[in-house]
Design a protein around this ligand. Structure first.
Ligand code: FE2
Length: 283
């Protein structure tokens, strides 16, 4: 397992972790055997084959997910999702999780991997191993990740309205929070909004502390933002304008890194409701 050097999080980010969101850290990786032990048989959070490999889940045309469990700290475990989109030139992987040979083979059957995306400065742990597995793929990440993970190969800095891949995916930066530097992606053909930590939709918990922590940050059994954002955002008006841009798009589905995928007729309104705190500062 690749465990490249990772700089200590700055004080704000340590606060964020304490508030209920985990940055990906080497010690947070759940080893395979332990991950299996953590999963309840009834949990739909992680789909695995009989051999224990994480399985792809088809969501829509040219759209798949693969889910894992991330151990953030003792007793605090969050599901973590990778989203895969097939573009004209190949596959686009959002927030790679730990990918074993079986999962990699399933991905390769979908097409050539062309893009690996770190959607913010917290989700980077498995980017290195993925870039080593698919050396031809371009690695895209927020600018801030370069100094934080000098060991990573990063080929392109994400920017607002990034346009170096297919126009099928719109890019929107959630401005005003440079320490996290979250980017949201809209898959136009399926009207799917793909977010990382912008909103949670957690309804099942593994780990004795998980439910308590998520309640504390206001992200338990509801479509909601973690209160982490109130620490991260330094320019709320800018963040508000970013969220307004996200909501300009049709939204039939929200895929988030943590929690159940949101679908249904009221998806757009649920997303708007989850963003109420940020939107309150709309200019
Ligand atoms: Fe996260």
């Amino acid at each position: 397992m690749h465990r490249g050097r990772i700089a200590d999080p700055d004080p704000d980010l340590r606060v964020c972790v304490a508030l209920g969101h985990g940055e990906e850290r080497p010690e947070a990786v759940v080893e395979r055997g332990r991950a299996l032990a953590l999963q309840s048989a009834s949990s739909p959070a992680v789909w695995k084959s009989y051999s224990g490999s994480i399985m792809l889940r088809k969501i829509d045309d040219d759209l798949w997910c693969a889910d894992s469990i991330q151990r953030i700290s003792a007793g605090f475990h969050l599901p973590a999702r990778m989203t895969i989109v097939r573009l004209a030139d190949g596959l686009w992987l959002h927030s790679p999780i730990a990918i074993d040979d079986a999962l990699a083979a399933a991905i390769d059957e979908l097409g050539p991997v062309r893009h690996l995306v770190a959607p913010n400065c917290f989700h980077h742990l498995h980017l290195g191993p993925a870039s080593e597995r698919w050396p031809e793929a371009r690695v895209h990440a927020p600018l801030g990740l370069r100094s934080k993970r000098e060991d990573l190969r990063i080929d392109a800095d994400l920017t607002d309205r990034y346009a170096t891949w297919s126009p099928a995916i719109e890019v929107i930066e959630i401005a005003g929070g440079p320490a996290l530097s979250e980017f949201v992606f809209v898959h136009r053909p399926s009207a799917t909004v793909i977010v990382c930590d912008l909103v949670f939709n957690m309804h099942e918990a593994q780990g004795v502390m998980t439910k308590l922590i998520l309640r504390m940050v206001g992200a338990w059994q509801r479509v909601a933002q973690s209160k982490m954002w109130r620490r991260v955002i330094k320019d709320r008006a800018a963040a508000s304008r970013s969220c307004a841009r996200v909501l300009e798009h049709p939204c039939a589905r929200v895929i988030m890194s943590h929690g159940e995928i949101l679908e249904g007729a009221d998806t757009h309104e649920q997303l708007r409701g989850a963003l109420t705190w940020m939107l309150a500062e709309a200019a």
